[in-house]
Write a protein that binds this ligand. Sequence first.
Ligand SMILES: [Zn+2]
Length: 358
Amino acid sequence: MRRLSSSIALLLLLSSTAPTFCFGADPVSTIPVDTAPAVKSVPEPILAEAPVIASEKPATGGAAGKLSYSSCNIEGNSVALTFDDGPHAQNTPRLLDILKQAGVKATFFVVGQNAVQYPDILKRIVAEGHELANHSYSHPLLASLSESSVHDQLDRTHEAVLKATGISMKIMRPPYGALSEPQRRMVHADFGYKTILWDVDPEDWKYRDAARVEREIVARARPGSIILSHDIHKTTIDAMPPAIEVLSAKGFKFVTVSELLALDKPTPPKAPNPIASATLKPAPKLAREDCERSEKPSKSEKIEKPKISAPKDAAPREVPREADSRNKSTSSSDESVAAKQKALTQEELRKKWLSGPK
Ligand SMILES: [Zn+2]
C-alpha cells in the first residue's frame, strides 16, 4: 500500500513538474492525433529536442573510418531522405507510392516493434529499392541504457528485419539522436553499424504542417545532406511530393544513406591562414578562473535537456533540436553528456510516457 502510494505520488510529481522538465510543454500535445489508425505497438515518447550526443569524428584515415555521420562531404548534388519510426500501417505504404512515382530512393529507420508487426511493408521497402536501417526495438533513450540493453535493442530489430527480408542492415540511428561515443564504437564492433544522424530537421514531429515541413526541407537541404523525417505522420507524407519536386528542380538527386556514405570524402584539414597567423598577437595569459570557463562548452555547444511530452499517436520520433542537428558537432565529452542526461533517466522517460495523455 505504501509502495502504491509512493508510486502514485511519483506519478503526480512527474505530471506536476512536467513543465520544469519540458514534459508536456511540447506543441505536439495540442495537435490532433493523426487520423490514420495508430500503430499500436509503440506508444511513443516525444522527446522534444533531444541532444545530439553522437558527435562526428574527424575523418581520419579516409571517410571509411568514420563511425557516425550527420551529413556527407560529396561532389554532386545527392541527398538522402530518411524516415524514422515506422513502418506505419497507412502512412508508410502511401509514402512508398509517392517515392515510387517520383523514382526516389529513401532510407527507412525502422523500430523493431513495428517491423515485427508489418513484415510485408518491410518486404515492399526492400523490393522497391529503398534501404532499411535500425532504429532500436522500442525506441528508448539508448544513451541511458547498459551496453547489453543497447545490444539487445539493436539485435532484436536486426533479427526481425533479417527474418522478414533477408537483409542484414548496415546502419543505425539512435532514437533522439543520442548515443555516446563508446556506444557508437560498440554498435560498430557488434553489428558493423555506422551511426547516422542528420543535418536537416524539418521538425515534422512537432509541426504537423505539410507546407512548413516542405519549406524547411527545401530551405535547408545541401549537397550531402541527410534529411530527417518520420513516416508515421500524415502531414510529413503530404509534404513529400512538393518537397521532392522542388528539390529535383534544384538539381538534387535522391540516394539511400549507404549510397551517400559511399560518396563521402574526407574533409581536408584547413590550411592555416598565413596572414591571420602573422598578425595574431600572443594570447593573453588566462587566469585560472578564465581557463576553467574557457573549457566549458560555449552557449551554442550546449546540449539541451530533452523535453518530453505525452504521445498523441503511436510512434516514436526523434527530435533533436534543429540547432543541434545543424550542429557543428558537439564537442562535449561522454562524461559531460552523461551528466546532462542524468536528469532524465530511462525510468523517468518510461513513466512519463506511460502516464501521459493518450
Ligand atoms: Zn525515432
